[in-house]
Design a protein around this ligand. Structure first.
Ligand SMILES: Nc1nc2c(ncn2[C@@H]2O[C@H](COP(=O)(O)OP(=O)(O)O)[C@@H](O)[C@H]2O)c(=O)[nH]1
Ligand SMILES: [Mg+2]
Length: 198
């Protein structure tokens, strides 16, 4: 699949504000600073489309980008910066859980994880929540340019290990670098397949 046209559509602070048309969403989520916005720019080939920031925790809105007048790429707020909150229940904001669990537009979700890190508790808990709720998702490793092939294979392997302790079937996993364009074709192909399946 190729992306020809990409345009910012809207920012929503509640799910009642997301576009009301019938186009489906392919959404990106992950910890703040993991590279969600960079990945959206890389996929669309439009560098300034989604705001890339050096400061974590900036996006607290759901951003919809309309792709080829056929579907939306969605940049979700980062999770895991609410470290001050002691309540587990507030770990993922209401906006995130409302969108992921209740928004009918949400067709497929990619959980982004930093390829450099060991599996992180917050990501594992989010993935567990998705699994328990039957939400279709895949894992995208980001910033692959920052490590060697060996380190990359080891970290991806660690993730498989940890997830297979809990799940019989592993989610699809893709490796990317927005810096180098690594994984772009594979991810677009995968999204194309997701959208082709009703
Ligand atoms: N080296 C490298 N840096 C990246 C990559 N993707 C994102 N970054 C950097 O990571 C920081 C956070 O990126 P951003 O896309 O704003 O993350 P977001 O908070 O998840 O949207 C920025 O400084 C980006 O330049 C990547 O693939 N490789
Ligand atoms: Mg962002």
């Amino acid at each position: 699949m190729q992306i020809v046209k990409a345009e910012f559509r809207c920012s929503s602070e509640r799910i009642s504000q997301v576009p009301s048309d019938s186009l489906r969403d392919i959404a990106f989520i992950g910890r703040s600073n993991v590279g969600k916005s960079s990945l959206i720019n890389m996929l669309t080939g439009r560098n300034g489309l989604a705001k890339v920031s050096g400061t974590p925790g900036k996006t607290r809105l759901i951003n919809h980008f309309r792709i080829d007048d056929a579907w939306y790429l969605v940049d979700l707020p980062g999770y895991g910066y609410a470290r001050t909150s002691k309540s587990q229940r507030n770990e993922f904001s209401k906006l995130i859980t409302d969108y992921v669990l209740r928004c009918e537009k949400m067709h497929y979700l990619f959980v982004l994880v930093d390829a450099r890190l060991e599996p992180q508790k917050i990501d594992l808990r989010f993935i567990e929540m998705l699994g328990m709720n039957g939400i279709p998702f895949g894992i995208v490793f980001t910033k692959a340019d920052k490590l060697s092939k060996t380190q990359l294979a080891r970290n991806v392997g660690r993730y498989r290990e940890v997830l297979s302790e809990q799940w019989e079937e592993l989610p699809p996993m893709l490796v990317t670098s927005s810096e180098r364009g690594t994984g772009r074709d594979e991810l677009l192909e995968f999204i194309g397949q997701c959208l082709a399946q009703g």
